[in-house]
Design a protein around this ligand. Structure first.
Ligand SMILES: [Zn+2]
Ligand SMILES: [Zn+2]
Ligand SMILES: [Zn+2]
Length: 252
């Protein structure tokens, strides 16, 4: 399985518009973060997780030519607002792109982007998506995909497990039932907003506590704000934990 980090930033991205802080002005490319998203590939199956506002740039940068489906974690703007750009895949593939989400996210997507869920036109010029509410696991060829319920503050959202890889963005707590689904991971990707505490996200200290509890062989941190300088954070972390950065490709 191949995991590509399309974006590792928080809702504002890094650099933040109008900000002149040292991380926003940093020349280190690992401090340039588009909105959080990954691509997971195995064989012919190519799954996109979320469609944030930077989707077009991310797909071009990673050279993605087709996708099998989209999995949504939740309905916050930084995870869905690039949905219109999926029409490039409709046009190239001449087919409806299947999307999967929890019930609330499915409802929000249809309300906010109703035109994307209408029947396709003759030339596939518009986004043409189907949406399926899920609660349990799905199979995509060789890949088993299991939604993992997380608490993003009070909001239940989905992380996803792909065989022995888990992607858990935007969370404050992992319920016990979900923790039981995270055993024996080769790779964990987990929310790590910043150093300071936040009501709906993990900070560095909390991300490390969860990483230790889950005990994956490798852990990567994502969804970071401009408070986080890549090299400074990397120097503080235990050996099996690293910050992710845009463009990073891992195999598992
Ligand atoms: Zn987010
Ligand atoms: Zn800044
Ligand atoms: Zn969120």
């Amino acid at each position: 399985m191949k995991i590509t980090f399309l974006g590792t930033g928080s809702s504002a991205g890094t650099p933040v518009m109008t900000c002149q802080c040292r991380v926003c002005r940093s020349k280190d490319p690992r401090n340039q973060r588009l909105r959080a998203s990954i691509l997971v590939e195995e064989g012919d199956v190519r799954l996109l997780v979320d469609t944030g506002p930077d989707l077009r740039q991310q797909i071009l940068r990673a050279g993605v030519l087709s996708i099998s489906a989209v999995l949504f974690t939740h309905f916050h703007a930084d995870h869905i607002n690039g949905i219109d750009d999926l029409r490039a895949f409709n046009f190239a593939q001449k087919e409806i792109i299947p999307c999967f989400a929890d019930a609330r996210t499915a409802q929000e997507l249809v309300e906010r982007f109703c035109y994307c869920f209408l029947p396709p036109d003759a030339v596939w010029a518009k986004p043409s998506l189907s949406i399926m509410e899920i609660s349990g696991g799905l199979g995509f060829g060789p890949m088993r995909v299991t939604p993992i319920t997380l608490l993003h503050g009070n909001l239940p959202i989905f992380g996803y497990r792909f065989n022995n890889v888990a992607y858990l963005t935007d969370l404050k707590t992992i319920p016990d039932e979900s923790l039981a689904l995270l055993e024996d991971l080769d790779l964990l990707v987990i929310d790590c907003l910043r150093y300071e505490e936040h009501p709906t996200h993990l900070n560095v200290e909390e991300a490390l506590l969860w990483a230790r509890r889950i005990g994956a062989r490798r852990t990567y941190l994502t969804h970071m704000t401009h408070d986080v300088d890549y090299a400074e954070l990397a120097a503080l972390l235990p050996p099996q934990v690293l910050p992710a950065h845009d463009g990073l490709v891992l195999s598992a």
